[in-house]
Ligand binder design. Structure first.
Ligand code: MRU
Length: 345
């Protein structure tokens, strides 16, 4: 897929602008962009997953603070108004640290500036665009480092979508796939469907087949079967929050894949930028797991698939313990989980 930003700030007249994003709830049926122009719409876009994937919602958060500042321009208490709206956007999804990371960077600009409100908006826009461009550069570096661990002709298993759509462009786990494919067009990908929101089926197969990469869709319960058959050479997935010891939160079902990979001696890699590492937490036990609407499990395309009175629980993520992780691929190189703290040195 050609690099067209999944999410970008579009400048309009005066200081005005919108956050333009691909509506990921419509793919693969429709490829459409939507313009988000209020903080409330941004909260909903993140919550309903119009924009999703840790790095992409980080950029959405950065754009959200610009919208917060535009909405607060004439407020007597401009700074505290912006911060309160920024906190509101931050509360939309709890697990991916990139959201609070990017919002914090924007709030620092607001707090540390003695400029006019208008100038602060300009600085926020400048910073958001810088974060967008850096995201693509970082993903290319992750891809370059990661491609070194992909054997010639390998079949790579991935879970969820850690691709161009989950970032501003290129992707993290799929950045590794893309970079490996540039060097060896015989590599193949097995994509887990990823229930309940089917990011693997809807988004990963959409991206990879457009790039001409040989992609096979499997359901979530099939990965151990194919590992046992010797058909998977390496697993590469993304992450939403990584603790200092390497424990990594990613889409629900990742943990199960990691256990199967360990059992079958298949290397299991996390691909993620430094901004996904939460240096304030020592282990994955401290990661808050988002609980999502039960309807994501009980319904498909608006139709119930189960008994009306059944109990349902729908955690969006799980934490893969570092003991199951072969390496964490970052823009600074590949780290063994026990060495991850060195990235901050
Ligand atoms: O609920 P989602 O679709 O936002 O979850 C996305 C994932 O779990 C991704 O694997 C993760 O954010 C990494 S994206 C580069």
């Amino acid at each position: 897929m050609k690099i067209e930003k999944t999410i970008e700030w579009i400048k309009q007249d005066n200081l005005k602008g919108v956050s333009r994003m691909i509506d990921q709830t419509l793919i693969p049926y429709e490829y459409k962009k939507v313009d988000i122009d209020t903080t409330e719409k941004m909260y909903n876009a993140i919550k309903t997953m119009i924009v999703r994937g840790a790095p992409a919602i980080g950029i959405a958060g950065a754009h959200g603070v610009i919208l917060a500042a535009l909405e607060s321009l004439n407020c007597s208490d401009f700074k505290s108004e912006v911060i309160s709206k920024a906190n509101y956007i931050n509360s939309s999804r709890p697990t991916a640290v990139n959201l609070s990371w990017a919002i914090k960077k924007q709030i620092e600009i607001v707090e540390n500036s003695n400029e006019t409100n208008e100038k602060i908006v300009e600085l926020l826009i400048e910073n958001a665009i810088k974060l967008e461009n850096e995201d693509i550069e970082i993903n290319k570096k992750i891809g370059e480092f990661g491609s070194a661990v992909i054997p010639k002709g390998a079949t790579i298993l991935t879970h969820c979508n850690a691709g161009a759509l989950a970032t501003v462009g290129y992707g993290t786990a799929l950045g590794v796939v893309r970079s490996a494919y540039e060097k060896d067009s015989t590599i193949k990908v097995f994509a887990d469907e990823t229930r309940p929101r089917q990011q693997g089926a809807r988004l990963t197969t959409y991206e990879l087949t457009r790039d001409g990469i040989d992609t096979t869709l499997i359901t979530d319960g099939m990965s151990a079967y194919f590992m046992k058959k010797g058909m998977i050479d390496v697993v590469v997935v993304g992450a939403d929050r990584i603790a200092l010891n390497g424990d990594s939160a990613n889409k629900i079902g990742t943990y199960m894949v990691a256990i199967a990979a360990k059992y079958h001696n298949v290397p299991f890699y996390i691909a993620a930028p430094k901004s996904t590492i939460d240096s304030s937490i020592k282990t994955g036990d401290e990661i808050v797991i988002e609980l999502r609407d039960k309807k994501e499990v009980t319904e498909i395309n608006g139709k119930s698939i189960c008994a009306n009175d059944v109990n349902v629980i729908n955690p969006g993520f799980d934490v893969t313990p570092s003991s199951l992780i072969t390496g964490i691929i970052t823009e600074y190189g590949i780290f063994k989980p026990e060495d991850l703290y060195k990235i901050f040195e």
